[in-house]
Design a protein around this ligand. Structure first.
Ligand code: UDX
Length: 439
């Protein structure tokens, strides 16, 4: 392949937009592609379709330098690129556990017929194990250049909210390759990142690393949330339990924060897709524990609704509930499978008047749930509330002044869904403070 490689990034969602901008920042010429023309127009104008701290600067800087461009044309992408990164989503299928990989197939089917010279296609999406080999075969079958078109699998581990940092400073790089040539190209591509551990392996293992990592993280969260359930039954304190566990280096303190549990576009659907795939492979027994991980996680949401109803006096009818947080976690506008919104919607269905506020996810929440009411600020949303639920630990919620919030609510009752508030200061201001897993 001619050096320096020219890169394309196919799909410009959370993953693709970040990857395209960061690779351009590393000095590559990059062409981003999406089938959504409106999204491409916004990106060309230096506007991100998502909220991701720090990314807009990287995008604008590289648009200005001319290293980063966008298109909707596969023909142009095929002519331009030596290395094509595939960054499309693999959402959960409706009514099923399995992942929908049709966007990946669509990319391969659109790109391959234009591939008339040597190139490397690199999958970054999270997929059911076995997908890479299937796509590799399909590429060779559909591309005019045949076996000169190779596939590599290179899972992405970035966290929303830290996407730029995680892309430029990854913990590790995993390369699923079928040839030394592909390995060499991938090592060259990531060379500008400096010293990063690289694990070179086969397609199947590389696909599994990503799914296994997310399954482990989900399990860790559900483990501490299961402990929270036991703490609730025994009047123990899960926050102190978690702190004490965290000093054991074998356990570690990360992902050990008990609360409303995990949501987002990755962990929930990835553990379900993993179970579905294991079932297809006849290995379903290996992952039955993930069913429990999922069930524990969903029970936290039900517990939150129960706690809120208890504080509301046994019923939500005639009760105003303020929900602080709509995003699935802070520093994101992503509301996919958001525990906070799920709780808000359930309380609304049970007769509560719910007012939601979120610093950046408000527009997304409004579009998805027009049936709920929304405030313009935390104080606005809390006006006249009988119960306040803090469900996404945005810094501006964690630093709320109990007196100030207390001056606008009807009754001073709060549930801390993320164990992020200081119970002492809220109780000192005459609030009834409740949390998940704490007395
Ligand atoms: C996750 C993985 O971390 C990332 O490596 C992968 O590439 C994509 O999926 P992300 O979905 O951005 O990233 O969010 P993450 O920070 O992992 O949080 C997931 C959820 O777990 C959030 O809802 C968060 O609130 C919750 N969480 C996290 C807890 O409830 N407790 C914790 O201790 C940590």
């Amino acid at each position: 392949l001619p050096v320096p490689y020219r890169l394309t990034v196919l799909g410009t969602g959370y993953l693709g937009a970040t990857h395209a901008a960061c690779m351009a920042d590393l000095g590559f010429e990059v062409l981003g592609l999406d089938v959504d023309a409106a999204k491409i127009e916004r990106l060309k104008a230096g506007e991100l379709p998502i909220h991701e701290p720090g990314l807009e600067e990287v995008l604008r800087r590289n648009l200005a330098s001319g290293r980063l461009r966008f298109t909707t044309s596969y023909e142009e992408a095929a002519a331009f690129g030596d290395v094509h990164f595939v960054c499309v989503g693999t959402p959960q299928k409706k009514g099923e556990y399995a992942a929908d990989v049709s966007y990946l197939d669509a990319v391969v089917e659109s790109l391959a017929p234009h591939l008339d010279r040597e190139c490397l296609v690199v999958g970054k999406s999270t997929v059911p194990v076995g997908t890479a080999q299937r796509l590799a075969d399909k590429l060779v079958r559909l591309a005019p250049a045949g076996s000169q078109v190779e596939l590599a699998w290179n899972p992405e581990f970035l966290r929303e909210g830290f996407a730029v940092h995680d892309t430029l400073h990854p913990d590790r790089i995993v390369l699923g390759v079928a040839s030394e040539r592909a390995e060499k190209v991938m090592r060259d591509v990531y060379e500008p990142l400096g010293e990063v551990p690289i694990v070179v392996t086969d397609y199947a293992t590389s696909e599994l690393v990503k799914t296994a990592a997310n399954a482990f993280l989900a399990t860790k969260i559900s483990f501490i949330n299961a402990m929270a359930e036991v703490c609730e039954a025994s009047h123990a304190d899960v926050k102190q339990l978690s702190l004490a566990l965290s000093f054991d280096e074998r356990i570690g303190g990360k992902f050990l924060n008990a609360g409303l549990g995990f949501g987002g576009g990755c962990l929930p659907k990835d553990i379900r897709a993993f179970m579905a795939r294991a079932g297809e492979l006849g290995a379903d027994q290996a992952l039955t524990f993930l069913r429990e991980v999922d069930a524990i996680n969903m029970r936290r949401r039900a517990r939150m609704v129960d706690l809120a109803r208890e504080l509301a006096g046994g019923s939500f009818h005639g009760c105003t509930v303020c929900v602080l947080g709509a995003a699935f976690k802070p520093n994101s506008d992503d509301i996919r499978d958001s525990p906070a919104l799920d709780v808000a919607v359930t309380i609304g269905r049970q007769g509560g008047r719910v007012t939601v506020y979120d610093p950046v996810a408000l527009d997304n929440a409004r579009r998805a749930h027009p049936e709920l009411a929304y405030g313009e600020s935390a104080l606005d949303a809390a006006r006249g509330a009988n119960v306040v639920l803090m469900l996404t630990e945005w810094p501006e919620f964690v630093t709320l002044d109990p007196e100030e919030l207390g001056s606008v609510v009807e009754t001073r009752k709060i549930v801390d869904g993320r164990n992020a508030l200081d119970p002492m200061s809220w109780r000192a201001a005459a609030w009834t403070y409740r949390a998940l897993g704490r007395p």
